[in-house]
Structure formats: C-alpha cells, structure tokens
Design a protein. Structure first.
Length: 236
C-alpha cells in the first residue's frame, strides 16, 4: 500500500557536480529545487516505509537493483552513482542520487523502476497498482520533468498550452489527485516536450483509492522547463 510519495524533477544540473561555475545556478533556482527535493525525500523517511521505489521515465520499462549504476557522462559530467557499468536512465540516476544524498536509505532499501516514457496510461496505472501491492508500506520517489515547450516565434515566451499543462499537473500534485494525473494525454508528450507523464501516471495507479494529503513544495521554470516538487502522505 502506498503510504507516501515524493515527486521531483531530474535535470542533470540538480546534481552539484554538474553545475560547474557558480553562475550556472540561474536566479538561485537550483538551490531552491535541491532544498525542496531534499525536504520531499525526507518526508518519505518520516512515513517509515518497508520498501522505497524510484520511478522514472526511460526508453523501456525495466527494474534495477538499488545498487545499479547511473552516470552523467553523456552530459559531460564525470559523476556516477552506484557500482559497475552505468545502466540507469537519467531519471533514475538523479533519483538514486537524491536518495543517496539524503543519507536515510541505503541502496539495499530501494528499488529502481524505469517506465517506458511512451507507455499508455492504462499500462502505467497497472504498474503503479502492482508496485503499491508489493508491501504493506510502500513509498515512491517519482522523477519527472514538466513541459519544455516555448512559444513559436516569441523568444523566451512560454507556450500557453504548456503553461496550462504545467498548471494542471501542479494542481493535481498539490491536491494529491491521482484521477487528474491519470487523465494526462500521452499525445501531448512530444508536442509539449513533457518527460514526466508516464512516471506521474504510475504514481496515480499506486495512489488509486488512497486518501492522501498533497503539498506542492516548488514550481519553477529556470531553464525553460517546468520543474515541480511535491509530497504526498497519508491522512490517517
């Protein structure tokens, strides 16, 4: 049963080793993001879960052991988490980094679940329900970026459709509303450049039927991508 969830974005620059010069933190947003993510992960520990599962979009659905390795070398950064040859997608690499950074959970206490980023909603919902049924107390760390689409022909301006989409996801996360996440349309993934839809719908499947309390911890767009951080926990 799902007892808590943390929702975080997965830009490589969230990892301090990737920022380089101090000027890489535009408007201080990365510091704000890291602090919000740290607080969300701490909320998972407070729920005393028996199992922690990191969920993130990838090229294919797969399960990895908590000690599996991920690297940022594709992004020109010599950073690695885990042991052995890097196999994790970006979403799970950053998720594993967040858990390791917390110092609360050891790799033996978490599992890494990649979900095909183009998986249809029904498949994502079933996967979430199956994950939640694995133990009496399950916590999820859900990794996903919001829209990155900018308005065509207007430099630096947001696409109105992307803004509406990000606002819908933010509201669903703030209200711990799995039904709203379940309704997100896969057809908009490419159109609005959304990387988090499948992972958010895994969360929706895991939370279906549960009464949870939501809190939107952070919503920023520092690099023309919508980054959202939220916590869900039980209401008793």
């Amino acid at each position: 049963m799902l007892v808590a969830a943390a929702v975080c974005p997965h830009p490589p620059l969230l990892v301090p080793e990737a920022t380089g010069a101090a000027g890489a933190d535009r408007d201080g947003c990365l510091g704000e993001l890291r602090a919000a993510c740290d607080a969300a992960v701490a909320g998972l520990a407070a729920a005393a879960p028996e199992e922690v599962v990191v969920v993130g979009g990838a090229a294919a659905t797969a399960v990895y052991d908590g000690s599996a390795a991920g690297s940022l070398r594709e992004y020109g950064v010599g950073y690695q988490v885990g042991a052995g040859e890097p196999v994790l997608p970006l979403s799970l690499t950053v998720g594993a980094w967040l858990l390791a950074r917390s110092g609360t959970f050891g790799p033996g206490h978490w599992r890494l679940q990649a979900v095909d980023r183009v998986a249809p909603p029904a498949r994502c919902l079933r996967l979430g329900a199956a994950i939640a049924a694995r133990a009496p107390r399950v916590a999820l760390l859900v990794m996903g970026d919001g829209p990155a689409r900018r308005a065509v022909g207007a430099e630096g301006a947001a696409d109105p459709a992307a803004e509406r989409y990000a606002a819908e996801v933010a509201a669903a996360l703030a209200e711990a509303d799995p039904a709203r996440l379940a309704r997100l349309a896969p057809a908009l993934d490419d159109e609005l450049m959304v990387a988090g839809r499948a992972a958010w719908q895994v969360l929706a499947g895991a939370a279906d039927g549960r009464r949870l309390r939501g809190r939107l911890r952070c919503a920023v767009t520092p690099y023309e991508v919508s980054y959202l951080v939220a916590s869900w926990d039980g209401t008793g």
